[in-house]
Design a binder for this molecule. Sequence first.
Ligand SMILES: *Cc1c(COP(=O)(O)O)cnc(C)c1O
Length: 349
Amino acid sequence: MPRLEIDINKIKHNTKTLKELFAEKGISVTAVIKGVTGSPEVANAILECGITTIAVSLVQNIKKMKEFGVKAEFLLTRLPTHTEVAEVVEYADISLNSEISTIKLLSEHSLKQGKRHKVVLMLELGDLREGILPEDIDSVIEQIIPLKGVVLYGIGVNLACFGGVKPTEKKMTEFSQIADRIQEKYNIKLHMISGGNSANYEWFLSTKNIGKINNLRIGEAILLGRETLHRNRIPKLYTDAFTLICEVIESKIKPSLPYGEICQNAFGDTPEFADIGNINRIIIGIGEQDVDTKGIKPRINAKVIGASSDHLILHSKNHLEVGSEIEFDINYSTLLWLSTSPYVKKVFI
Ligand SMILES: *Cc1c(COP(=O)(O)O)cnc(C)c1O
């Protein structure tokens, strides 16, 4: 079985370093661990570093952590569906929201459960994923305030996630001014003014004024040590807390160019290859089923040529024995796929 090795100490190092860095300008970190499907072991390691809020995108993963005994404040990053509001209120302390109909249901179910659920209202500032448009903010807030089962705990914005829109100084100032305006106009305190994700690292370093922003929701930077605008390594962080390890199942010298009549492959593509003569072709027992083949990089001198669902083919500089193991660095989407797969063993070191 392929295995995913998880170095808990490296994750802790990344968490501590980022927590201290952001704290220098008064920003708290919500640790987003949807990339590891809410692994309780990872959650506990992060909590040991003094972070108090853990976020995931699936309510099932909050339930899993709670059953494992993880003690934290839990935030749900994905907007709740109407059909899951009861569970969201039961398991999550905070949820990100952009639809008043959903917020009303959260309030109803919260009251039934004798709770007051915390709502963070997401604002649209151009990335065009979730968020209410600036012109709708007031009407939505005026509908939230009277609800007895929820409290407007804060506002949030999420950039560079779908549209790749950069969290610039201008966008962050705009967001901060909206926070100011809401607090003044409605005479309320917004506890969480959450300015973004790992893509906010550059803004954070360069800005002289963070304004009202007091929180960031950080996933990839903690887990993989990178900011996400250019995928540059953040100084002092580990980028190799996760290692995928797979066994060689075939190792032969074969041509680089398929021979015979070329039609469609397993995925309906007609592939094209360069003819570079005979090469060391290595097959490992993993495939599109479990990894994003564009998102894994061997730590040896070898290159991923491609994969079918369950075989991945490498061009290796050197000969490798069948039965030997190859280590890979992985990207965020591959981390998510591997974490989700029951066919990949998770090993904590
Ligand atoms: C995934 C997610 C994050 C974390 O993003 P990273 O790039 O991993 O830091 C933050 N907020 C929301 C709403 C998300 O969906």
